[in-house]
Write a protein that binds this ligand. Structure first.
Ligand code: CA
Ligand code: CA
Ligand code: CA
Ligand code: CA
Length: 226
């Protein structure tokens, strides 16, 4: 299993707008992660890098951390929680929002325009949807269901075909624990609107991403000298 962590701090330093707090890539061998319902095993995630740990905040659904991985055909998501109201099932109140064009000016930004990203896709529990609205209205087209294992209920895993969400090479990600973003936000700042925070997943090999980081540092230095 190859692991890469790619915090593109250079681009963060340059941006005064919504910002990715962490960029990760977890390439795994095909079918290395098993998310079948009877699996009950998380050792297949060994060595993967999680996005930042979120605090225990007393919410009914309380995110602890999220991990994403990919192989040649699938995306994998692991959610670890401090609390879950779902009684053993992925709750429909758990929204995982995916911005595949990495632009807040397209996709769903929350009913009150509070999300840090504009999401083209959403996982509501295990149901995957494509956004059909105009930014803050609730308009979604059902695409299919993820393959999931929900026991233990505070550490569950799912997978879905990369092609289902347009096979993006990278996407920005937040999770919120109710429709309107009033519950737990993952990461903190996911409800911070245009100046909020999110995390980024990439399937791009590390050398390319590192080159982008170097280019970002060069751009920062150049900008400051002018
Ligand atoms: Ca597993
Ligand atoms: Ca939390
Ligand atoms: Ca978008
Ligand atoms: Ca939080």
């Amino acid at each position: 299993m190859k692991l890469h962590i790619l915090p593109l701090l250079a681009s963060l330093a340059c941006s005064a707008h919504a910002a990715s707090v962490m960029t990760v890539s977890n390439p795994v061998s095909d079918n290395a992660i098993n998310t079948a319902a009877s699996n009950n095993d998380r050792s297949d995630w060994a060595g993967t890098i999680a996005f930042p740990t979120d605090a225990a905040e007393g919410d009914t659904i309380d995110f602890a951390s999220i991990t994403v991985a990919h192989d040649s055909a699938m995306f994998y998501v692991r959610e670890q929680l401090f609390a879950n109201n779902a009684s053993g099932f992925f709750s429909g109140d758990q929204l995982l929002l995916i911005d595949t064009d990495q632009s807040r000016s397209s996709g769903y930004r929350g009913a009150s325009d509070t999300f840090s990203i504009g999401a083209e896709y959403m996982l509501q529990g295990i149901s995957i949807f494509a956004y059909t609205g105009t930014g803050t209205d609730w308009g979604w087209n059902y695409l299919g269901a993820a393959v999931y294992d929900d026991f233990p209920i505070l550490d569950h895993e799912l997978s879905f075909a990369r092609s289902l969400i347009g096979n993006p090479t990278a996407f920005d990600l937040i999770a919120v624990s109710d429709y309107f973003g009033a519950g737990d936000a993952y990461v903190d700042g996911a409800n911070g609107g245009a100046s909020g925070s999110y995390v980024t997943y990439t399937t791009v090999p590390e050398p390319h991403a590192l080159l982008l980081g170097v280019a970002g540092i060069a751009a920062c230095i150049g900008r400051r000298r002018r």
